[in-house]
Design a protein around this ligand. Structure first.
Ligand code: SF4
Ligand code: SF4
Length: 444
């Protein structure tokens, strides 16, 4: 047994600050819990298709051990982890793997990456999708036209390293927030919710039924129909909805090691939402990666005010309704136009224990046939599959899901994650819907 593998007692432990930029983040106890069973490696979708990728055990506990022995640099392979977080759930010893990966990636970008390199510039652009989307959605038709041109795709691939093999997602002609304001904002929602409660004979008040919607970037700029569905479904159960100004949840920033950008975004979100939480609102998200970020990554990585409250009061939208309402009962009486769905549970939904939710909800809904296409990862993992050098890996990971979708009875896909939805559409050509859109059709 080598020195590094000798069991250590608490007493001969020499404390070393591994991540000097984050003094609060001491991951030593978690790292020492690793007993090298390699379960995490066996579930890693990247390691399964990429022989060069050393896997989560190396990225987490082993990098830590190397750092503890000497002042080793972070291994660049941490940038090949897609941040799917499947290794977190797999570890029987509660090693905080994704937290370690996020911290290591942050340190790598901060200390070892050349900020003038093409990789850094590309990753920064992808991680800050919201900034690009804010500009692009001011003139959506023009942006969609330009982004669809072959010359733009070629430029993106050759200059930035963004794959030309994918079609850039189209911006909606009206953002979710524009629709929300035009409809009358929170005042209109309060009125609609009151009317719905009266119709249902529900004697609760708006103080008891109110939620703050975290729409994230994609529902705002690209698929406002998902946000609209959430608002209408919650109002139909008598909930007043508010939509505070917000920033990106930080998901693409964590995945690209842009922790300073993520911290700024988290600070704004924590401040805006924690005030509402104090007033009695819970927070609901339509994207499972956004809810994951607010619930798990914020408190793991940042110690700012409001983060704990936000983590404790955030729910995925359907999860919230299942806890507080008789959603199954409401669907018993409902029906929708006949459709068969091939459902994919995003990795981040699995991490929150939500992977069976859509199937359990819709399997008895009149008009719906739904089939779970299995536990595999879609492979796109947010910005990962948009990187030219990761495209083939992303598609190789997605292959199992594509095959299962094609064998499923349905020819419409369903998922809660916007980038899984892009990958499903890209790999099969299917139309993809969010479960909230089916709920809206059934209940309103
Ligand atoms: S699953 Fe946990 S205990 Fe097993 S090798 Fe991975 S980190 Fe270590
Ligand atoms: S987060 Fe996903 S890609 Fe990264 S090491 Fe864990 S399982 Fe592998």
């Amino acid at each position: 047994m080598s020195d590094a593998e000798q069991p250590r007692s608490e007493d001969d432990f020499e404390p070393v600050q591994v991540f000097p930029e984050a003094e609060e983040m001491d991951l030593r106890p978690g790292a020492d819990n690793c007993y090298k069973c390699t379960t995490c490696d066996s579930v890693c979708p990247v390691a399964e298709v990429d022989d060069e990728f050393p896997g989560p055990k190396f990225q987490g506990p082993e990098q830590w051990r190397l750092k503890r022995k000497g002042d080793e640099d972070i291994d660049p392979s941490v940038m090949s982890c897609s941040n799917c977080m499947r290794c977190d759930n797999a570890c029987p010893s509660s090693v905080p793997l994704s937290q370690m990966h996020n911290a290591a990636r942050g340190e790598y970008v901060e200390a070892q990456m050349d900020t003038l390199s093409r990789e850094y510039v590309r990753n920064r652009v992808l991680a800050n999708y919201r900034t690009m989307a804010e500009l692009g959605s001011k003139v959506p038709r023009l942006t969609n036209f330009v982004m669809g041109l072959g010359v733009t795709k070629l430029f993106n691939e050759k200059v930035l390293g963004i794959t030309s093999k994918r079609d850039f997602p189209e911006f909606a002609e009206q953002t979710f927030r524009e629709w929300w304001e035009e409809r009358g904002g929170a005042a209109a929602s309060k009125k609609r919710a009151r009317e719905a409660r009266a119709e249902r004979g529900d004697d609760t008040t708006s103080d008891e039924k109110r939620v703050a919607y975290f729409h994230g970037c994609y529902s705002n700029y690209n698929t406002p129909e998902v946000g609209k569905a959430l608002v209408r479904v919650f109002e139909s159960f008598g909930y007043e909805v508010v939509v505070p100004r917000q920033r990106c949840s930080g998901t693409p920033m964590f995945a690209n090691g842009m922790l300073k950008d993520a911290e700024r975004a988290a600070g704004v979100n924590a401040e805006r939402f924690s005030g509402l939480i104090e007033e009695g609102y819970d927070v609901v998200a339509s994207c499972t990666s956004c809810s994951m970020s607010l619930r798990q990554e914020y408190p793991e990585l940042f110690s700012m005010d409001g983060v704990e409250d936000l983590s404790n009061h955030t729910y995925e939208a359907m999860e919230y309704l299942r806890i507080h309402e008789d959603l199954e009962g409401a669907l018993e009486e409902a029906s929708v136009s006949d459709r068969s769905y091939a459902y994919h549970a995003p990795c981040h939904a699995r991490n929150q224990g939500l992977d069976r939710q859509a199937v359990e909800l819709f399997r008895d809904l009149d008009g719906v046939t739904i089939e779970d296409v299995g536990p595999s990862c879609s492979g796109i993992s947010g910005t990962y599959g948009w990187k030219a050098e990761k495209y083939d890996t992303s598609m190789a990971i997605g292959e199992e899901m594509f095959e299962h979708m094609e064998h499923a009875a349905g020819e419409v896909g369903m998922t809660e994650c916007p980038t899984c939805s892009m990958q499903m559409e890209h790999g099969t050509g299917y139309e993809i819907r969010h479960p909230l859109q089916v709920l809206e059709e059934a209940l309103t």
